[in-house]
Each structure stands twice: as structure tokens, then as C-alpha cells.
Design a protein around this ligand. Sequence first.
Ligand SMILES: [Cu+2]
Length: 218
Amino acid sequence: MHTSLRAVVMVFFHLCVLIPTFFQIGMAATLTVTVKDKDGKLVADAVVYLEGKAAISKRHPASLEIAQKDKKFLPLVSVAQVGSSISFPNRDEVQHQVYSFSPVKRFELKLYAGTPSNPIIFDKAGTVALGCNIHDSMLAYILIVDTPLFGKTDAQGKFVFKDITEGEYTVKTWHFQLPNELATKPQQVDIKNTMELTLALPFKAKEWSVPKSENPYY
Ligand SMILES: [Cu+2]
């Protein structure tokens, strides 16, 4: 074989064999997280998020919605990345006045029906508690995180991170009923292939039911 042709063949061989091998080093991993309370009860609506070098490089602020229906916020718990915007459509016949006094984002939407024209942008990480000035029983919680890798546990206390880059991450968790002073310690985890992690939060999870409004006229 001609020397230069052989060189071309060798380069082609390397491209075909070595490049896929190289990319397999950064293969996608799956992490299933189960959150329990101190009595071993499965905890729904816990936020789980991963911080680490692989997570920081991707920023995807999103547009979310927290609706008001039957004098409740839906969903009760939201999680979003720094820079995300949230709109607050009112799907009730009555008017609402949504506010937050949380230092991460203070705002108040004047009494309204329908969807206020400007969504609120959340530009700092932290927790936000929402209320309504008209209906005291209306409560909702938002956690703003500085990572694109986050989720909320389902009724079985589970959330699955799919297709994440293998590597070292800090696993953090948060629940709206968990007092700040009991906040769980972040866990360092070297995530590879398919892994499972169970986190026990040091509190007793309570069933969450929103009290009904006494007055049917507003
Ligand atoms: Cu209201």
C-alpha cells in the first residue's frame, strides 16, 4: 500500500475507533434518589439537586407557571434554575393578590383576574414562600437553584436523574416542611453508571391539606 494512503487509512481507523472510545469516558449515568423522613416514610415534593463542575456548564433558565385554582396554588412546590421566569395565572372566578416577602425575591401582584402580563424573574438562588393577601390559606413554595440538574420527588418519594455526565457531584435536598436548622448536609457522590441513593431527612413529614376557605363569596 502507498505510504500516504496507509496514513490516511490509519487516520480514518483512529477516528472510527478512538473518538467513540474517548466519548464513552464521559458516559451518561442515571441516579435514582429516594427521600424518606426520620420514620422511614416516603416523602413527596422534596427537591433534590446536583451541584458540580458538570452541572455548572449548562444553564437553562425556564418559564414556569404557578396557577391559582380553587383557591390553591398549583403546584404547591416548584423548583427552577436561577434566571427562570414564573407566571401566575388565576384560573378562579375570584381575584387573587399574590405576594412574596422572601429576601430572595420580594414582589406583589396587585389584585387580579386572568394572567398578569409580566412574569416574575427569579435571579437569586434560595427559597421563596408565596401567599395571597385575600386568602390566608393559600401557600406555595419555590426553590431557586444554581444548577440545571434538579427535580422533585413523586408520591413514592423518588426522582430519577437521567443522562447526567458521570463524575463528582454534591447532592442536596430540601423540603418545605423541613426547618432551616435541620437542613440536611450535602453529600458528595461519585456518580457512575446506574446508581441509587436514599436520603433520610431529619423531620417527620406531615400530610399536606389546604384548609377550606370559610367564606364562599371571595
Ligand atoms: Cu387568593
